[in-house]
Design a protein around this ligand. Structure first.
Ligand code: DX5
Ligand code: ZN
Length: 219
């Protein structure tokens, strides 16, 4: 069922990479509960971002939840290493897994929370047989690969449909949204049933602490 305490997961893709520890610390001290790592391979998505060395560097900084979003082809090659470096949640894209059920099992065998991401155009039906295994579902609300994009409006209906699926099955699976999320749409999306809000530019552009508070006030 829907969380009472909503979660803000700032995406470090939009942070100042020359001062990553500082920016992450400010966001967490202002109240964010997760840190979202956008791992991009330049193949599944156009950009290359970063890999496990950044997780390894930040892990000792905090015991906040490290939420890894693998935007990479065949993520089964990387799951163990992200688990070893300190990921708490590992999200794989359904579009990148030939054997999705097996990858979900691989993440859980590492003792981590398993999450599946769906691109905007990908149907929720992909989850029909694995939803009960998932700790979280990431609904991409932009086409993945870049920060600072605009929210895709039809995702409201997709979020509500997923909330209905989860509630009808009596599951505790969290709904996460990612892409174009800010204080201007967080309240509406919370009412649609979102539990975890990924914000990149809306947190790290400008006054980080104020941005965090402005967004969390909307939940
Ligand atoms: C896009 C990433 C998102 C992105 C969010 O592929 O998965 O997490 O960084 O950035 P904003 O919040 O700026 O849209
Ligand atoms: Zn992401």
């Amino acid at each position: 069922m829907k969380r009472t305490q909503k979660i803000l997961a700032p995406s470090i893709l939009s942070a100042d990479f020359l001062n990553l520890g500082r920016d992450v610390t400010i966001a967490l001290e202002a109240g964010a509960q997760y840190i979202h790592f956008d791992v991009m391979d330049g193949t599944f998505v156009p950009q290359i971002s970063f890999g496990t060395p950044v997780i390894k560097a930040l892990r000792p900084l905090t015991d906040a939840v490290i939420d890894v979003h693998l935007m990479v082809e065949d993520p089964s090659r990387h799951v163990e290493e992200y688990a070893r470096q300190g990921a708490d949640i590992i999200t794989v894209h359904a579009e990148t897994c030939t054997h999705l059920d097996r990858v979900i099992g691989q993440i859980k065998a590492c003792g981590k929370k398993a999450s599946v991401a769906l691109n905007p155009a990908t149907s929720l039906h992909v989850l029909d047989y694995v939803l009960d295994e998932l700790d979280m579902v990431l609904i991409m609300t932009v086409n993945p690969g870049f920060g600072g994009q605009k929210y895709i409006p039809y995702c409201d209906g997709k979020i509500r449909a997923l909330r209905k699926m989860i509630d009808e099955r009596g599951l505790d699976t969290d709904i996460q949204v990612d892409g174009g999320i800010s204080a201007s749409n967080a309240k509406r999306l919370s009412e649609c049933g979102v539990d975890v809000f990924v914000c990149g530019s809306a947190v790290f552009e400008g006054d980080i602490a104020k941005n965090v508070k402005d967004i969390m006030e909307q939940f």
